[in-house]
Ligand binder design. Sequence first.
Ligand SMILES: N=c1c2ncn([C@@H]3O[C@H](COP(=O)(O)OP(=O)(O)OP(=O)(O)O)[C@@H](O)[C@H]3O)c2ncn1[C@@H]1O[C@H](COP(=O)(O)O)[C@@H](O)[C@H]1O
Length: 127
Amino acid sequence: MAVEVDLSERARHLAAMADDILERLEATIRARKDNPAVRSYTASLFFQGRHKIAQKVGEEAVETVIAACSGEDQDIVPEAADLLFHLLILLADAGLSLDDVRRELARREGQSGHDEKAGRPLSFRPE
Ligand SMILES: N=c1c2ncn([C@@H]3O[C@H](COP(=O)(O)OP(=O)(O)OP(=O)(O)O)[C@@H](O)[C@H]3O)c2ncn1[C@@H]1O[C@H](COP(=O)(O)O)[C@@H](O)[C@H]1O
């Protein structure tokens, strides 16, 4: 019983930490968008525009896949961080935020992916 309490406290702690850094990073990214700094990588991506940002998201996603399929499991972590960072930039470029994604995930909460897929019109189910 005591172990269960410890585990759930640890899970809450880890979730709070994750929220924190994502919130801070999102705020930094928004600040770079509103006030571009000369030596800012983020600002340089906003300057290059949507296609470049989307391309970076694609590259980082592929690098995450490669790490998942060929490296040590720990190698996924830095690639996942790159992917999340660039995804936040893409959201910000589109005037969207983590809250929009949170709302979408909350909307889906409790609905099995299998059930959702089975409920799609046939035209959305190629296989
Ligand atoms: N979390 C990150 C972060 N993760 C990855 N990167 C950068 O993302 C780039 C992606 O790596 P790549 O090798 O794919 O990129 P590249 O080859 O340089 O780019 P391309 O020329 O291929 O487009 C690297 O330059 C990384 O340093 C990041 N750059 C910034 N941040 C955060 O954003 C904040 C603001 O950074 P600036 O906007 O640079 O001030 C920082 O304080 C950090 O908190």
